[in-house]
Write a protein that binds this ligand. Structure first.
Ligand code: FAD
Length: 138
């Protein structure tokens, strides 16, 4: 049986997409993710993207391999894939939030530190819940 998982990655190039290109990307992603029962959110700021995806392991790995090859961004770095009991981003097939460069850089550094320390689940959940708060306030 497939396992419900959460996948988190970082990439760069968000500043190179026009507003229209970004809207097309979000709309296509929402349509695709709904079909695959994938939830999550994309955060952008400066030239950085942070994306969280939740769904069945096989679907997530398939999607990540497509996203990885997408020339609309670069330097994809997988922070982690972990089994989860429930979804944090259950209300979004693809939430989107633009944040300040400083917030994005701080979040990226925290996430990289966590992955290098082989993850502290509580700290990660705190960061993700902060993202959810921001999305809800949007
Ligand atoms: P297609 O029919 O292949 O493409 C749909 C449309 O997307 C095309 O008409 C075109 O306008 C545009 N497009 C596709 N590929 C390119 C390209 N290489 N360059 C320019 N425009 C292109 N996809 C998801 O399904 N879910 C996600 O959560 C998701 N997150 C993403 C996050 C980021 C930061 C980026 C850069 C991409 C993301 N994508 C996501 C897009 C993904 O990489 C694929 O483009 C998409 O999944 C292809 O879907 P499709 O085969 O249904 O659409």
């Amino acid at each position: 049986m497939n396992q419900l998982c959460r996948l988190l990655y970082l990439s760069t190039g968000s500043d190179k997409l026009s507003k229209e290109e970004l809207e097309a990307l979000l709309s296509k992603s929402r349509e695709n993710n709904l079909k695959k029962n994938i939830t999550g959110a994309l955060f952008a700021g400066g030239d950085l993207f942070i994306q969280v995806l939740e769904g069945e392991d096989i679907e997530l790995i398939r999607l990540y391999s497509v996203i990885f090859d997408d020339p609309r961004h670069n330097n994809c770095m997988l922070v982690g894939v972990s089994p989860i009991a429930h979804r944090i981003f259950k209300d979004w097939s693809m939430g989107y939030l633009e944040s300040s460069v400083s917030y994005m850089k701080a979040s990226r550094d925290q996430l990289i530190n966590l992955s290098e320390m082989h993850g502290n689940a509580d700290s990660l959940i705190r960061i993700l819940n902060q993202f959810v708060k921001l999305l809800k306030g949007n």
